[in-house]
Design a protein around this ligand. Structure first.
Ligand SMILES: C[S@@+](CC[C@H](N)C(=O)[O-])C[C@H]1O[C@@H](n2cnc3c(N)ncnc32)[C@H](O)[C@@H]1O
Length: 270
């Protein structure tokens, strides 16, 4: 055990153990204690083979029936931060594991690192494979082609965002869209209708979008289902579904600007 506590936050990737990086494996193996929040039993058993001293953060997950672990998911996440920090403060080398990339849509990972650093402990996050990385591979989307933007789905509908229709759009967490209470594991009653209405501000009703679920088991293919924006209201969405909205049209060249700076426009158009 260390004199000083440390915190390393790692991710399993989406497909465990295939996506686990060598540096993440080393961190898990060498930790005094490992805090884990992964959804699938295969992920958990993989981690148990690397380190026996496991604390399962899923025990602290919010339970809507009993309001166990707080009033909503946010309160449950704060409890997770508290138990992680407790072990760091007691001078242990702590590894905290989340699925996918540990810094992508994972509140307790960022907060734990921030607090540990504020208290003077060494804390770092290692990168990992996120659902978005899988999407780029499975849907053959290159974010460098026309640019790419990503939003949390409820963020997009409740705030005054304006997505760029000339670039790709990735919407996370459509499986809980519209649930401002953070207590449900499904869209709110009007969640998908609100999403449709918002998207219709910028895209035509027949614009085809993709319901995407990366494979989480070696033999399982990804879900890649095309629907129109109009059909979104009746779409089957799960907690792991991500929505991909392709660009509506390519951006127009800023001819004036290019002329002003003597840019060879023949090199830019294809
Ligand atoms: C709390 S976030 C966790 C993201 C995760 N840390 C990552 O790096 O991908 C959950 C959201 O990630 C996306 N997601 C998680 N698993 C996925 C999968 N297998 N396929 C597609 N999207 C997924 C969905 O948008 C889901 O609502």
């Amino acid at each position: 055990m260390n004199n000083e506590g440390t915190l390393t936050v790692v991710g399993t990737g989406i497909l465990t153990p295939a996506h686990l990086s060598q540096e993440s494996i080393a961190s898990i193996k060498h930790a005094d204690v490992v805090h884990v929040l992964v959804p699938d039993p295969l992920g958990l058993s993989t981690i148990k083979q690397l380190n026996q001293n496991i604390k399962n953060l899923a025990d602290l997950y919010f339970d809507s029936e009993s309001e166990r672990n707080g009033k909503n998911r946010l309160e449950a996440y704060d409890k997770m931060v508290a138990v992680i920090l407790e072990d760091v403060r007691s001078h242990q080398k702590v590894c905290a594991i989340f699925y996918g990339h540990p810094g992508v849509f994972v509140y307790p990972s960022h907060v734990s690192i921030k607090k540990a650093k504020q208290e003077g402990f060494d804390a770092q996050m290692l990168p990992a494979i996120s659902a978005e990385d899988c999407l780029f591979a499975d849907l053959a989307v290159d974010p460098g082609d026309l640019g790419c933007q990503a939003y949390e789905a409820s963020q997009l509908i409740f705030y005054q965002h304006t997505p760029n229709i000339h670039a790709a759009l990735i919407l996370w967490q459509i499986g809980v869209v519209g649930d401002e209470t953070l207590t449900q594991l499904k869209p709110s009653k009007h969640g998908l209708a609100m999403l449709r209405e918002r998207l219709l501000n910028w895209y035509p009703a027949d614009h085809e979008v993709t319901l995407y679920e990366a494979s989480t088991l070696p033999i399982m293919p990804p879900r890649i289902e095309q629907v129109t924006i109009d059909q979104l209201v009746n779409a089957e969405v799960k907690t792991i579904t991500t929505l991909y909205v392709p660009p509506l049209e390519t951006p127009r060249l800023d001819v004036e600007f290019c002329k002003k700076w003597s840019v060879d426009m023949d090199m830019l158009t294809n």
